[in-house]
Write a protein that binds this ligand. Sequence first.
Ligand SMILES: NC(=O)C1=CN([C@@H]2O[C@H](COP(=O)(O)OP(=O)(O)OC[C@H]3O[C@@H](n4cnc5c(N)ncnc54)[C@H](O)[C@@H]3O)[C@@H](O)[C@H]2O)C=CC1
Ligand SMILES: CC(=O)C(=O)O
Ligand SMILES: [Mg+2]
Length: 467
Amino acid sequence: MAYNSIIVRVELNHAEVNFGQVASTIIAAKGDISSIDVIRPGSDRSVRDITIDVSDTAEAKVVESLRALTGVEVINVSDRTFLAHLGGKVSVQPKLPIKNRDDLSRVYTPGVAKVCTSIHENPQKAFSLTIKRNTVAVISDGTAVLGLGDIGPYAAAPVMEGKAMLFKQLADVDAFPLCLDTKDTEEIIRTIKAVSPIFGGINLEDISSPRCFEIETRLADELDIPVFHDDQHGTAVVVTAGLINALKVVGKRMEHIRVVVNGIGAAGVSICKMLLAAGVKRLVPVDRDGAIVRGGTYSNPMWNWLAEQPQVESEPGTLKEMIAGADVFIGVSRGGLLNAEDMQKMAPNNIVFAMANPTPEIDPEEALPHVRVFATGRSDYPNQINNVLVFPGIFRGALDCRATRINEPMKLAAARAIASVISDGERSEQYIIPGIFNEEVVARVRRAVVETAILTGVSRRTPPDFR
Ligand SMILES: NC(=O)C1=CN([C@@H]2O[C@H](COP(=O)(O)OP(=O)(O)OC[C@H]3O[C@@H](n4cnc5c(N)ncnc54)[C@H](O)[C@@H]3O)[C@@H](O)[C@H]2O)C=CC1
Ligand SMILES: CC(=O)C(=O)O
Ligand SMILES: [Mg+2]
């Protein structure tokens, strides 16, 4: 169930109603009052803003009950989430002021010309003399936005702006959202290559599979800056980190577990690949039409790759059949596919990562009594497994060492670094993955990424703290 925060502005006629009755009405309609602001006091009438946390399903009921209360006039209902988006969420700020003509002639023409000439003579100077060294593009075509599907480039923008905010706040990376009005693979590749000179890295986001695989591979090969499809690799890294710790909690090992991954799209393919690299020996990838089996033939080339892996089971079946006896379920598909009965069919000491956003594959309240370690992609339950734990630190490290790419060893090092933030004494069912605001996360991921980039020969610079 999704929760929202609304602000209801009400005028109370004190001869007919008191605030206690208003509060009781809200609570009876399943709203939770988090703050009250008096906008206009008065002995006969007063105006107040009441901030109410409420589930999606109860929101209309709360407002209707207030409207029905004698002596209450509902003046306005505003949704705090929409308010936070008014005018967008990011802006571009100059780093120095232009106070006089002298400043002007330095940052712009004529002074700027000699800097341009210098970069023309040595293009590598773009890293030191432009925003390239700290700027990443967050690029989507809007075809697989969260679990909402193909909602197009305009509707994708709030997610891309949100990622840009997270890049800046968590890792001081300047990120710019770009939403492309094309779904054509070649046109996307051409466009990204054409805009790439100003960027030090490309974070691909919410591009549906299987196009995302070719787009990323081609760009990574054809550009000399890191190209990272966050939904594939960011997700695989954070899942691997969470699983390393969850297995320690339940006392199982990668080599012995049977894992069902549901939703073999961008995130699912990359998760399967990383789990195989991490030592999983029994893997059941499942998509809409059921299990992808060893020896099967599919139109999706990545599914064919999976069908060739010896660790992939050969038994066909639906998700509900395949989940029986599984030690681990990882969902990167869509919301509301499973129920308590399915959880009960799993092996004892089961681990469930229901990561579809914004609605997980199973309602957490329904799952929790039947699952030993439970995680979602959401921030309102413990164990938020979300790629936001990965992309800021990975790019911080890659930019700092001017990596030409983000390779497999760098991703595995990042996963281990995230898992290592939680000590043996701290680890528990409710704490397998560090919180997003834990400053150790970016610091450790950055360090692991830079060290591994240097070791694997993809860095072009050694940051001062590594010399
Ligand atoms: N928590 C996190 O950090 C992340 C969560 N996700 C979530 O994972 C989901 C998938 O994301 P992407 O891989 O980027 O999308 P995608 O569009 O590339 O892949 C989705 C896959 O799920 C499959 N699918 C849809 N309905 C299904 C069903 N009923 N049963 C089995 N498979 C089904 C589709 O056929 C497709 O292969 C989304 O809900 C997204 O929000 C994705 C990335 C990170
Ligand atoms: C978190 C994320 O990237 C997604 O749900 O698509
Ligand atoms: Mg995404």
